[in-house]
Design a protein around this ligand. Structure first.
Ligand SMILES: [Zn+2]
Length: 159
């Protein structure tokens, strides 16, 4: 075997190695690159679903409160929405923290709290809300009766 054929077989070997290893290399790189964004976009989808469910829940509560919705309809639709919300929260928790979802305290309760938070955030209330816990407080209060934190008193305008 002369030098030329040794070099030729070496070159051939390198070429074969490149062809064989290239897909593996690509797969590994793209696999690493796409794993995180995929998770993130799934989280974004879940978050937007959660927001959507909360908005529908809020609408449902509002329609019921204003008499636009029959009690039977309300009672039929609400648990279904809560259930959907809980499913979304479970998935979110699993993706977000990797924690055991069974350790999460009452998910129904969390949905209810989220709806409550949205509700108190609505401008329909003419009362004051505590900046710390979001619960209604009297305008003259210096301390929140719910969480006990200090709040700046408001000077009531006459009229
Ligand atoms: Zn408070």
């Amino acid at each position: 075997m002369d030098l030329a054929s040794i070099l030729l077989s070496l070159a051939l070997l390198l070429l074969v190695a490149a062809i064989v290893l290239r897909p593996l290399w690509d797969a590994r790189n793209s696999g690493q690159a796409s794993a995180a964004p995929q998770d993130r976009s799934e989280i974004e989808v879940l978050i937007s679903r959660r927001e959507g469910i909360l908005a529908v829940l809020l609408d449902l509560d509002f329609d019921y409160a204003t008499g636009k919705l029959e009690t039977a309809d309300y009672e039929a639709q609400r648990p279904q929405l809560i259930f959907e919300g809980v499913q979304v929260l479970k998935k979110l928790d699993a993706l977000d923290t990797g924690d055991d979802v069974t350790s999460v305290p009452d998910l129904d309760e969390r949905i209810e709290q989220a709806v409550e938070k949205l509700r108190v955030g609505q401008p329909k209330s003419n009362g004051r809300l505590c900046p710390h816990c979001g619960k209604p407080v009297n305008p003259g209060n210096r301390f929140c009766p719910h969480c006990g934190k200090q709040i700046a008193p408001v000077v009531e305008t006459a009229g």
